[in-house]
Design a protein around this ligand. Structure first.
Ligand code: PLP
Length: 413
């Protein structure tokens, strides 16, 4: 087994290994380091907060004032959301969202609505429920997963899964029809929620085909099933709007966020709830005397200070316009590769993009060539994933795309 590359330091969009070699990370590490690897303003926000209030919790009727402030800022930004519950990782945000969905139905007098529908190819985390919701076999094998409370439906991968001659719209309708059939077969009275990434990340950068989210939402609405949008990659600008829900016309009941919330320099996540869900929880929580769920480090003041500063930076960047401008250059770069032999597809939405090859071997070879040229992409099966930090200059995006083209040319069939 190859030992890991030891990363020692970072500056801007680059990291440096212990042998002094420098690399551009063109996937923002794990789709998350939106402001690079040594963002000075975030360091300042963190140290200022450390010397004011380094820690406090949000239990027993007390909470850090900055955490209240962040919750209000997020609710104002997140479409249709009313309250925010903080955690410390994307996985725990998904665990919380799943628990809240069940609690909501229990509070409504429908305690049998416990099951959650997730898609093939989804990635939702590494906790017990979040890994069970994940639709990737390597996350299940050996862990006694998935759980029986998870129902699985097809992924929206038009390129790989459409029937010959099927249009994008017809494929989307077929996926919605399959979802409807699943719900009918399993009994909607046992189903709490459906979870989906607006655009799928770890499953291979899968962008929803035409009409997909409309068709899915119609089915869910018909059966009264809650929709959880897992915005952990898409959230905060990645797909061109502030949230993937805005890019793709999704109206969720709950949203999970992490990664770009703090540009990943502090482990923090959140679940946002619509007013309908929040109000729905109250009777049960009041009866019990509390909502019996929370984390010691949830709403951590240092993470909160970082998140507030991130929001300020994103607003100064005019995030949607900024991402659109940089994303257009990725699209340009990809279009030059689109018709090359060995390339099945190129796709790009904002700063989330992919080159899909006909074989995994080709994608791996491209990835290795790129590392030798000082650029990290993420290779997911036959897919070369691209998701650069937001602080890239246009010249840096062009450089990343020319390294991709050179790497492809070096190994192309
Ligand atoms: C869509 C999505 N949900 C959840 C997670 C889990 O987040 P974490 O690794 O912070 O637990 C990830 C991580 O990549 C993700 O991409």
């Amino acid at each position: 087994m190859t030992p890991p590359l030891n990363i020692e330091s970072g500056e801007g969009i680059r990291v440096r290994d212990t042998d002094g070699r420098s690399y551009i990370d063109a996937v923002s590490a794990l789709w998350c380091a939106s402001l690079g690897f040594a963002p000075a303003r975030l360091t300042r926000a963190m140290t200022d907060q450390m010397s004011t209030l380094a820690y406090y919790h949000s239990f027993m009727g007390r909470t850090p004032v900055c955490t209240e402030h962040l919750a209000a800022r997020l609710v104002a930004r997140m479409p249709g959301m009313n309250k925010v519950f903080f955690g410390t990782s994307g996985s725990d945000a998904v665990e919380t969202a799943a628990k809240i969905a069940r609690y909501y139905w229990a509070a409504k007098g429908q305690p049998d609505r416990t099951r959650i529908i997730a898609r093939d190819g989804a990635y939702h985390g590494s906790g017990q429920m979040s890994a069970a919701l994940t639709g990737l076999d390597y996350c299940h094998t050996g862990f006694a997963l998935p759980l029986s409370d998870v129902l699985r439906t097809g992924r929206p991968h038009f390129l790989r899964d459409a029937d010959p001659g099927e249009s994008e719209l017809a494929f989307s309708k077929r996926r919605a029809r399959e979802l409807d059939e699943l719900i009918r077969a399993e009994d909607s009275g046992t189903i709490a929620a459906f979870i989906g990434e607006p655009a799928m990340g770890a499953g291979g950068v899968i962008l929803p085909p035409d009409g997909y989210w409309d068709a899915v939402q119609n089915v869910l609405a018909k059966h009264g099933i809650l929709l959880i949008a897992d915005e952990i990659i898409c959230g905060f600008g990645r797909t061109g709007e502030w949230f993937g829900c805005e890019t793709f016309g999704i109206r969720p009941h709950l949203m999970t966020i992490a990664k770009q919330l703090t540009a990943s320099v502090f482990p923090m996540s959140a679940v946002a709830l619509s007013e309908e869900v929040y109000d729905g929880l109250k009777p049960l929580a009041h009866g019990v005397g509390t909502l019996g769920h929370g984390f010691t480090y949830g709403g951590h003041p240092v993470g909160t200070a970082v998140a507030l500063e991130c929001l300020k930076i994103y607003e100064e960047m005019d995030l949607p316009r900024h991402v659109a401008r940089l994303g257009a250059r990725i699209k340009d770069g990809l279009s030059g590769l689109k018709n090359e032999p060995g390339v099945l597809d190129v796709r790009c939405q904002g700063l989330l993009a992919a080159l899909e090859c006909d074989t995994e071997v080709l994608a791996q070879a491209i990835g290795q060539q790129a590392v030798a040229r000082g650029v990290f992409f993420r290779i997911i099966g036959p897919v070369v994933a691209i998701a650069p930090p937001y602080i890239c200059t246009e010249a840096e995006i062009d450089h990343i795309m020319s390294v991709l083209a050179e790497s492809f040319a070096a190994v192309s069939p």
